[in-house]
Write a protein that binds this ligand. Sequence first.
Ligand SMILES: [Zn+2]
Length: 558
Amino acid sequence: MQVMRAGSRLLGLVTAATLVTVATSFAVSAQSADRNALKKAAAAYVDANAKLVQQIVDSTFSFQEIGYHETETQKYLTGILRKHGFEIQNNIAGMPTAWLATWSHGSGKPTVSLNNDEDGLPGLSQWPGVLKEDPMIVGGPGQAEGHNSGLGGMVVAALALKEVMSKNNVSGTIQVWPGIAEEIVGGKAWYVRAGVFKDVDAVLSTHVGSALKTEYGRTAGTGLISVVYTFNGKSVHAAGAPWEGKSALASVEMMDVGINFMRQFFRPSSRTHNVLPFTGNQPNIVPHLATNWYYFREVTPEWILSDYAAGNRAAQAAADMFGTTFTHKVVGSAWPSWANKPLAEAVYKNIQAVGLPQWSEADQAYAKGVQKLVGKPEIGLSTKLDELGTGTEHPSGGGSDDIGDVMWSVPSVRLIFPSNIPGIGGHNWAAALAGATPIAHKGSVAEGKVLAMTALDLYLDPELVAQAKKYFDEEQPKLAEKAYGADKPVVYASFLPADAAPEIHINDASMKVMRPLMQKFYYNPAKYGSYLEQLGIRYPCLTQGSTCGAPASLTPEA
Ligand SMILES: [Zn+2]
């Protein structure tokens, strides 16, 4: 407000150009004085909108959409953001469900980008809040990692920032975008390729976990190339004249045999694994078509590429053996993650200010019930903050996240927030149990507060923006050169081939069957105080082996 008055008093005295300079310097000094007050106001906004956080977490749990099919999630979240004045772009990089929400104030500088993943996992449908392995839809998709739980905090943080920035005349641009198809690492590298982060100063990405924490430098875990090998042969009667056939299935099997022998010569940090999406129709037809989908994971870009090359040699040898042909298509990629130090330090200060959620006795009892159910130590939920992570010198394998491509394209950091239960891991049915409970809601509120507060640090402290950029430009490439054993400072080069396009139809067939059943379970926040209430599930449910009032599972028609 003071800035506005100063600006209007000067109006008659100076030229427009001078006015801009003077007003900007007034704005900066007013902004630094008020930083803590504004951060408090943003955190208070998130707290005051905890109901909306809960509705977003529960709604997106209920949609439980998988890669490239996040249409309900997209409609719902962009609807909220549009209503609050954000400009929405859809169809980023040719991915219909990929969106970007933007809001600017004043000079529009700097730009801070907020991100959280949103997709679920195929085949891992599970009732939330129960103490039993039991799918909502048999064979259906589920939020079996908890990506949904970060969407509440991300969206409400953006609304908090807009409120505080417009009321207090803070310049900057807020960008919000989802990690789509993250479970097949098929989203973020395409966002990078589309130039989404060209003018972005910092990306604050969040991911569900069971702690409130962050780190800088080389992270634990891997990067990867995800590739589908398609073998083509010749079908014949498998008993009539098998010698005239060329089996695509046999090639797939021998490719796997080859890679399983090669594993001895891969580094211990390699994680190489596959599924066989299609291997034939029935035994009396020699399969003329078969596919083999591999993830080649390693801890340096060079090692990822070398394992991928080994996979290509195995495919070639297996094709030669049976006279088949093959193509290979990169359908996803992730660079190994490397988090920005100044950003992580800023996030960590806000983690300390926000603290862990106040877990109720019910939350702790349910968490222990889940831990008991899956045979893990009954330690309950985190009550002590982790230290600021300083990176991992020798990562030994583990999962990947395509945020790595973003982290190598723009100063970025990742905040882990406690919306899930310690010891459960991801990609299994039990990881969905907390996803629409107060544990997820409270973790997401903490996430939203840390996000909004850190973004305000960036909007109000040009020095922090400059430090983050300096680390990204000067330190990260050299530190990675040493860490990766490279022969020059590391520069990002996408693993995606120049002519590759997102594999947006990869989940079409299963979603065609599942979507009509999934629609029956969408959350109606206008009618029910929570998703558990809508489903009739008691909280906390503490009876081991109980579905706690959940309806009967649905089964797709054959
Ligand atoms: Zn994830």
